[in-house]
Every structure is written in C-alpha cells, then in structure tokens.
Design a protein around this ligand. Structure first.
Ligand code: ADP
Length: 304
C-alpha cells in the first residue's frame, strides 16, 4: 500500500511536468552540471518554465546558487525551490547539505530515499513545468536505475523520461564509461537525445592569453604591445588548443556507432564558466561562440 501511495504521489508530482530530461555522464568532472545548467538557462530564456533538479550529491556551492540565495523551505505543499529567474526554479540536494557535509554520509538507500523525496515533494509552483532537467550523479549507479524506475512507474500511461543528454570529454577514459551509459539508456528504454562533446579544446581570445618567455617569466604585456603594434587584428582572434587527445573516432564516432545523435563540440571557454557563475544563458550572452552550437542543437530538439 505504501508503494502504491508513493507511486500516486510521484504521478501527481510529475503530472504537471511536460518533459523530463536526464543529463548523464560516464564520469565526474566532464561538465554534466554545466550542460544541465545551461540547457535550463537557455530554455528558460526562451520563455519556457523550467525546473533544474540537482541530485548529484556534490556540494558545489557554499552559500549561493548562481546568484540565487539558497534558501529552501519546506511547506505544506513541499520543498520550495530557489528561483534563478522567474522561469527557472532550482532544487539541489546540496542546498540541504550542511557546509562540509561529506557526500559519504549519504549512502545507497538513504540517497535513493532522498532522490525520491525530491522528485515527489518539490513544489514547482502553479502551472507546473514545461521542462524538468535532472542533473544525475556520474556513472550508472543504483540511483540512476531508481530514478528511471520512479519516472517510468509514475508515468505508466506516458513514456517515463522524455530523453537523456549524454555529456563526455573526447578522451578514452570518458568514452569507455559513456558506452556503459548508452547501454543503460538502451536497457531502460530512455531515448538518447544526443551526445555533447565537452572540453573539446581550450578556447580563448588572444588578448586574454598570458605569455611566458623561456625563463618562465611572464612577458604578457611585452607580447601584447608587440602584437598591437605589428598585427593588431591578431588580438581579437580566437586561439584553440586541443587539451585531450581524441581517442579513435572520438565521441562523434561513438554516437554514430550507437545510432544516437551527436550534438557537437563545446570547447573549454572562460565565458561559459562566467555565464554559469553569473546565472545567465551562455548562448544569449555569447551568441557567436562556437560552444553555442551543441547547446542550441539540444534546445532545438527539446522544443520540437
Ligand atoms: P560534472 O557535473 O560533470 O562533474 P561540472 O559541470 O561541474 O562537471 O564541470 C567541472 C568543472 O569544469 C566546473 O568547474 C565547470 O565550471 C568547468 N567546466 C566544465 N565545462 C566547461 C567548459 N566547456 N568551459 C569552461 N569550464 C568548464
């Protein structure tokens, strides 16, 4: 009976959510949260009402979430999220963790319990959500299986999660784990919306670079003055360096092999970091950056 009640609660909680999108990655630190956040920012800036649910158990922000004070209240209608902007409600397990509260404290069943609670008891507000973006822990743990099961149970009439975005870096260690992720999606019938290749090269404007001479001394001002004098147009050019050696055919080849869409390359870009920190949409702020392509691709897919 408790299980039926739980199912009914979840069904209720998600009945006013049009699309549930999972963001997955094989390993940590590849940019899954960055992508989750920016997809949420983009959709919200296009006028959709968006929820971002972070169930990664990473205490990434001490006091603030991208400009929004973390103040989570529990009221009769459930947990009240933090609003990053009027269209973007954020709920994060890290809001509940005390400063320095190690993730180790939360193990298997307790983690699952908390995730379930977050899925059922977050009050996304009147009118529900067009999109719920779920930032999941890295890998394919019990937590993922539970999340997908809850979603499938709750939406027995519908389709469970609407889809998954898979984030990887180009190198083999990340790709190996992503294959597991793609197999997981296959097994659990979660459609893969696409693979984003993150940290694909480091991109910076020449004028923002720092230069070192042979003795490892900073000679930035000398170099910049020289450039300014001799070839000022170079200062505005973008310099791109490959950081990770691409393994084999890389993420694109892997996506093709699995028959899932490849969404493109997102370089390491200080402006992306800045947009995340400022709590704004990167594609709106820096529309000409190459990194906007995969983000726009995924948003286009979602709003179709
Ligand atoms: P994950 O969620 O996979 O653990 P994060 O999104 O937290 O990874 O990213 C790890 C770190 O790398 C963060 O500090 C994030 O700001 C930074 N980062 C990720 N992708 C990029 C990028 N394309 N450009 C610049 N910084 C990035």
């Amino acid at each position: 009976a408790a299980k039926e009640k739980e199912k009914a609660n979840l069904h209720n909680a998600l009945s006013e959510v049009s699309h549930v999108v999972l963001v997955l990655s094989g390993k940590g630190g590849v940019g899954k949260s960055t992508v989750s956040t920016q997809v949420a920012q983009s959709l919200s800036s296009r006028g959709y009402s968006v929820g971002l649910l972070d169930v990664t158990f990473v205490d990434r922000v001490s006091q603030e979430w991208q400009g929004a004070r973390r103040e989570v209240h529990q009221s009769q209608s459930g947990w009240t999220p933090v609003y990053a902007n009027p269209n973007l409600a954020v709920m994060s397990i890290s809001f509940l963790l005390e400063e320095g509260d190690a993730a180790v404290v939360w193990r298997g069943p307790r983690k699952n319990g908390l995730i379930k609670q977050f899925l059922t008891e977050t009050d996304w507000g009147v009118g529900g959500l067009d999109y719920l973006i779920i930032d999941t822990p890295p890998g394919t743990s019990d937590e993922h299986i539970s999340i997908v099961q809850y979603l499938n149970d709750a939406r027995s009439s519908g389709q469970g999660a609407s889809g998954a975005i898979v984030v990887t870096t180009p190198e083999e260690v990340s790709l190996a784990d992503v294959r597991k992720e793609l197999n997981f999606c296959k097994k659990t019938s979660v459609p893969v919306l696409g693979v984003i290749e993150n940290m694909s090269g480091l991109q910076t404007r020449v004028s923002d670079m720092r230069f070192m001479n042979d003795e490892s001394n900073d000679c930035t001002s000398d170099v910049l003055s020289l450039l300014k004098e001799k070839c000022p147009e170079v200062l505005n050019m973008m310099a791109i360096t490959d950081v990770f050696p691409s393994a084999g055919t890389g993420p694109e080849g892997m996506a093709n092999k699995f028959g899932v869409p490849y969404l493109g390359k997102l370089p390491l870009d200080p402006n992306l970091l800045k947009s995340c920190e400022d709590g704004v949409s990167f594609v709106d702020q820096y529309p000409s950056s190459p990194g906007t392509a995969p983000l726009n691709n995924i948003v286009d897919k979602l709003i179709l």
